[in-house]
Design a protein around this ligand. Sequence first.
Ligand SMILES: [Zn+2]
Length: 222
Amino acid sequence: MRHDRYRQQNRQAASRRGSPRRRRRRTAGIMLFVLVASVLIFGGMKVLTLIKVHNLASLEVPSYVTQEYLTEDGHHRTGKSLTGIKNIVIHYTANPGSTAQENRDYFNQSTTYVSSHFIVGLQGEIIQCIPLNEQSSASNRANPYSISIEVCIPDSTGEFNIPAYNSAVKLTAWLCRNLGLSADDVIRHYDCDGANHKDCPKYYVEHPQAWAQFKEYVRERI
Ligand SMILES: [Zn+2]
């Protein structure tokens, strides 16, 4: 008798769970729903990113930026489109006293494999080397989804002088505003994936407080 009741209870529990075939169908349904939802969500995000990157080509930079694009050669200017827009990456030139123009011309040599979207000079002048919708060769694994800014330095401490500092803040804030980024998306080369904590920009790696202050000024200007 007890046995029968046990069997009955078991049957009731099984019917609540549904037959194995019905359970399999339900699981398959849920998996299909998750798959379709993911394709729609991620596909939609990808399309939005592509539209954003495409729009970058027509975004007009401020008049204080001089455009002197590098020759498209497959390495310093690969011509590859950005695949996303996640970060602004700040670098230093590691070459005390060199001007923005000298660094731009260095990038443009056929033997050079590095480049940057922008170079900020010691007088605060800014040269754009790579169009905004293309990848630069500056920030390791972050190249496909970041805009790079090299800042010239007056001496070996790597600290930016006042005109370069102010221009770098102004340009970074302009980029954040126009690319829909925040000051938290502004990172150092040191912070990039694959950079193995490269000592760049030197002074702002060695002085985290100075880096926090730089980002604070950017936040205020956005
Ligand atoms: Zn760097």
